[in-house]
Write a protein that binds this ligand. Structure first.
Ligand code: NAI
Length: 222
């Protein structure tokens, strides 16, 4: 079995993209694909693909290509999405409800068991099968439902206190949308998701391209 502790973080961070493309290939009924064909689809060099996928025991064979189904299943195993992960959402506002309404997470094994909020007008409502509960029920619910992951979609001022409660209740992972860095013990993982950071990177790229275009236009005029 592949020891994936040896695999670099950079490679792991690229696996979800491979997984998505392999899923599309399976939907198209494609059983085998060469690194060159995958390279053309993914706009990544074939040598990068070979280097990345060689980490998993070289699924490719010379002149034969990669077995799509096998690779798809193996990447799922490495990412741990072949198992079920029970998830709760803390903060059932706009973002929390948007996450609960997205059906694809379940297809990846992430089961939304419930939502929590402090707003009495929200408590008791059900969003696509997930009931919104009062935050007082948090600890008991985590234990009873073997919840591993908590999505934090609450204001940042409330996030540290709730994160502490989650950790004490045995949560293993926090999917943090609140705009604050959480401090948690080493055995708890935090994945920060900040759409605004992604937008700022986009802004940088679009501005750089615009500046470059203007510079070239000036050069042509002079
Ligand atoms: P919202 O105001 O619609 O929802 C927040 C919900 O959290 C409310 O229902 C509120 O009652 C609840 N809440 C407040 N304190 C709580 C507590 N101690 N325990 C449980 N529930 C509590 O806000 P929205 O738009 O859903 O955003 C939620 C948070 O996510 C905000 O902090 C916002 O800045 C952040 N956000 C982050 C994004 C990202 O990319 N990381 C994108 C959009 C929003």
């Amino acid at each position: 079995m592949t020891d994936y502790k040896q695999i670099s973080k950079a490679v792991i961070s690229r696996l979800p993209r491979y997984y998505r493309y392999l899923g599309e290939l399976m939907e198209e009924g494609i059983e085998r694909i060469s690194s060159n064909e995958l390279s053309a689809r993914m706009k990544v060099t074939a040598s990068q693909i070979r280097q990345d996928l060689n980490n998993f025991g070289g699924f490719g064979q010379q002149g034969y290509g990669y077995n799509v189904k096998y690779l798809y299943a193996e990447i799922a195993r490495i990412l741990g999405i072949d198992r079920q992960h029970n998830l709760i959402i803390i903060g059932a506002g706009n973002l929390g409800q948007a996450i609960a309404n997205y059906t694809n997470f379940e297809k990846r094994g992430f089961i939304i068991k419930g939502m929590f909020d402090i707003n009495p007008r929200l408590i008791g409502l059900v969003v696509r099968g997930a009931k919104i509960r009062g935050i007082d029920d948090l600890e008991q619910f985590i234990v009873e439902n073997e919840v591993q992951i908590a999505a934090l979609t609450i204001p940042k001022s409330k996030a540290p206190e709730i994160a502490d409660r989650l950790v004490k209740a045995g949560i293993k992972a926090i999917w943090n949308f609140a705009h604050t860095d959480l401090s948690v013990p080493d055995d708890v993982v935090v994945e920060n998701v900040h759409l605004s950071e992604s937008l700022m990177r986009l802004s940088y790229r679009v501005c750089s391209m615009q500046d470059e275009r203007e510079r070239r236009e000036k050069e042509q005029l002079s």
